[in-house]
Design a binder for this molecule. Structure first.
Ligand code: FNR
Length: 387
């Protein structure tokens, strides 16, 4: 397994001998600017934006900055193995693709391109309910690739059940339930552009192809798009659920269930008490509550409290291999990437997503070895110092 992912750098340098430069940047700090060049202000603002003044987006990165890796020497870290097991599923690396809706606003292939790139690398893609392609089409693009389904929990039980049944039938093996976005936050970027994909008919492919949802409409979405949009928006946004409703999901989903958006240790305990299989410590990339703690700030306490009872995953602010190492050392079993792969999608469709994913995997592989570690299991609080 030596250099399984890190050898991507050799590939790039060898192409340089033939005067070929990489088609996309390898610098994680330049991805956002490159995507800005490529995208219209509406879609770019939607991806980059956060809630309110952007304080939580900033806090996510600041939280990573407070922890530093302390490299160890002469550990013989040549043969590395990044594989982990999450929810009993073997993964080649502790990296997954976060659920990101409306991907066709940055590239026409949208979720199909993402699914192909993820599948080729064996990384698990989490498909959003707000996908711009149907889950059946994404499943086909994903092929044998591992895939989970993320539910925005509709307040119509029959529609919810129908979505879960379709996800199961299409080979999505775990259910991620996003709790932090039961209504949309105040997002100045989008408000200034008056840009919301859903009311423009984007990101509704899953409900619009759903038999239970279509049964609610006087005319199908193909004939009356506006009526379908007006029916869907208040069905999937605007209603908060409660802890005592979780058994409904258990009843209608027989695979693992993961709660996304956990920030407080008491909520993590409640998830565990409710028999959930996993949680994602996340603040939705700072897109929901402005002025919140950085997601990484919440991780150590939560992992210490429930890490032996369920699988703790992490997202919000992961940009580099070093970031992945920090999240793992603080107790996450794996991380989910968000904006970086979306910028890759914007820059080059499937090839762009693949490039960004391979870059982060290579960086992770090399940084893991150079800090004296061979496997994710080698990482612990002792790997880091808090500044
Ligand atoms: C998201 N995220 C998200 N989460 C979710 O559960 N369902 C969704 O449909 C979406 N849609 C979405 C769109 C866009 C454009 C972004 C940037 C994010 C949140 C996502 O899963 C993840 O939590 C964040 O992206 C993590 O933060 P960073 O790493 O992107 O900063």
């Amino acid at each position: 397994m030596a250099g399984q992912f890190g050898s991507f750098q050799n590939e790039i340098y060898l192409q340089g001998l033939a005067d070929q430069l990489p088609p996309f940047t390898n610098d994680p700090t330049r991805l956002e600017a490159a995507a800005r060049e490529k995208l219209e202000p509406g879609p770019f603002g939607y991806v980059v934006g956060g809630a309110g003044a952007g304080a939580t987006v900033a806090a996510n990165r600041e939280a990573f900055g407070r922890w530093r890796i302390v490299p160890r020497m002469l550990t013989g870290a040549n043969n590395r193995d990044l594989a982990v097991s999450v929810l009993g599923q073997d993964m080649p690396a502790p990296v997954m693709l976060a659920p990101v809706g409306v991907q066709s606003i940055v590239h026409p292939d949208g979720e199909l391109a993402t699914a192909r790139a993820a599948a080729e690398l064996g990384l698990t893609m989490v498909l959003s309910t707000a996908s711009s392609h149907t889950m059946e089409d994404v499943a086909e693009a994903s092929g044998d690739g591992p895939r989970w389904y993320q539910l925005y929990w509709p307040n119509d039980n029959e529609v919810a059940i129908s979505l879960l049944q379709r996800a199961k039938a299409a080979g999505f093996t775990a259910l991620v339930v996003t709790l932090d976005t039961w209504t949309l936050a105040w997002r100045p970027n989008d408000l200034d552009q008056a840009y919301l994909p859903f009311i423009r008919g984007i990101g509704n492919a899953i409900p619009f192809s759903d038999p239970a949802f279509r049964a609610r409409l006087a005319k199908p979405p193909e004939e009356d798009l506006n009526a379908a949009i007006l029916q869907w928006i208040p069905m999937f946004t605007g209603t908060d659920h409660r802890w005592d409703q979780l058994p409904f999901l258990r009843e209608h989903w027989d695979g693992p269930i993961v709660l996304k958006g956990i920030q407080h240790v008491d909520d993590a305990r409640r998830a565990s008490d409710a028999g959930m299989d996993g949680i994602i410590v996340s603040n939705h990339g700072g897109r929901q509550v402005d002025g919140a703690i950085g997601a990484l700030d919440a991780l150590p306490e939560i992992a210490a409290a429930v890490g032996d009872q369920l699988d703790v995953l992490f997202d919000s602010g992961v940009r580099t291999g070093g970031d992945v190492i920090k999240a793992l050392a603080l107790g996450a079993k794996a991380v989910l990437l968000g904006r970086p792969f979306v910028y890759g999608l914007a820059l080059g469709g499937e090839a762009g997503v693949r490039h960004v994913l391979r870059g982060i995997l290579a960086d992770l592989d090399l940084t893991l070895g150079l800090s004296g570690n061979r496997t994710p299991a080698d990482l612990s609080a002792d790997t880091l110092r808090r500044m």
